[in-house]
Design a protein around this ligand. Sequence first.
Ligand SMILES: Cc1cc2nc3c(=O)[nH]c(=O)nc-3n(C[C@H](O)[C@H](O)[C@H](O)COP(=O)(O)O)c2cc1C
Length: 328
Amino acid sequence: MLRIIHRFLLLLDPETAHHCGLRLLQLRQWFLFKVQKKKMLLKMGSLHVVGLPRISFKNRLGLAAGFDKNAEVFASLASFGFGFVEIGTVTPKPQPGNPKPRLWRLPGGALRNQLGFNNLGVEAARRNLLRYRAHVWAVPIFANIGKGVNTPLEEALKDYESAALALTDVVDGFVVNLSSPNTPGLRSLQTETFLDALGKIIPKGFPALVKLAPDLEDEESRKLAAQIGESDHLAGLVLTNTSRALAESLDGAATGGVSGRPLFDRALQCVSLARENLKDKTLVGVGGVSCVAQAKAMRDAGADLVEIYTSFVYQGPRLVRELARALT
Ligand SMILES: Cc1cc2nc3c(=O)[nH]c(=O)nc-3n(C[C@H](O)[C@H](O)[C@H](O)COP(=O)(O)O)c2cc1C
């Protein structure tokens, strides 16, 4: 049944498919809670990873940010076998994102998106988390937080602070997104000065990972990883976000970012480079992972946890248990 629905969704325009997918996942969520009263979502995992001692993961495979932007369907997603889920990107206020069309399928298992943080804002995410988390306490949830499109860069820190404060009691940790290519100027915050300032606004005792772009120069990523390796406040890195450079080279597009298979080699390189400099902080590897061999390669390169997005879209839920098992 799942396979048929998945094939049908792939026939639709990509954003319509995503929207229909979310509504079906909501229906599944209702069924899981009301009819099946799924106990497995309450059974704690027992896996601990370097740098995040207080969090018990179900397994090392997570869903990357951008799929469940408003925390509407994370329980349904967790039931496919994800060991943790990243919701968001959430911004302090609701925003519609960029005009459509803004999501395209590319050949070779890739996507290009320029969504621009379309989301219902932090209050809506908080309400959904409060409503559904009771059913899924056992699956760690990270909130990916971002800056509003109209917030000047000089005030970006306040956006991260208010989004984090609003969610501390409903998530297990944060991912601070400094790397979306679709919010003007955002990637210019990937600096040592901004990381330093970030460390001071994250609520005490709360793990915060920083998500960087694959298009940074190696030397720049090395410096930022080393700084996080030394930081008393930041817990690690998520590498990587989508690539603007690939959007240009693969699709001739000056906008958006590419995810999926073509991103894998660069994401793997970024993970190895960071591991050398990150010491005992947490490293989440994401970018183009589409099969067991690639998931294992991410682990071998030093990723403590691995996330997927685009391969989940193309291959559907059956991929989740296969990768989760291979990473165990
Ligand atoms: C449609 C789409 C929307 C995304 N939205 C976000 C987002 O809101 N925040 C974020 O940090 N990353 C976002 N991403 C990036 C993914 O989280 C991930 O870093 C990237 O897609 C690479 O992984 P993949 O190749 O497995 O898809 C998005 C990716 C896609 C394809």
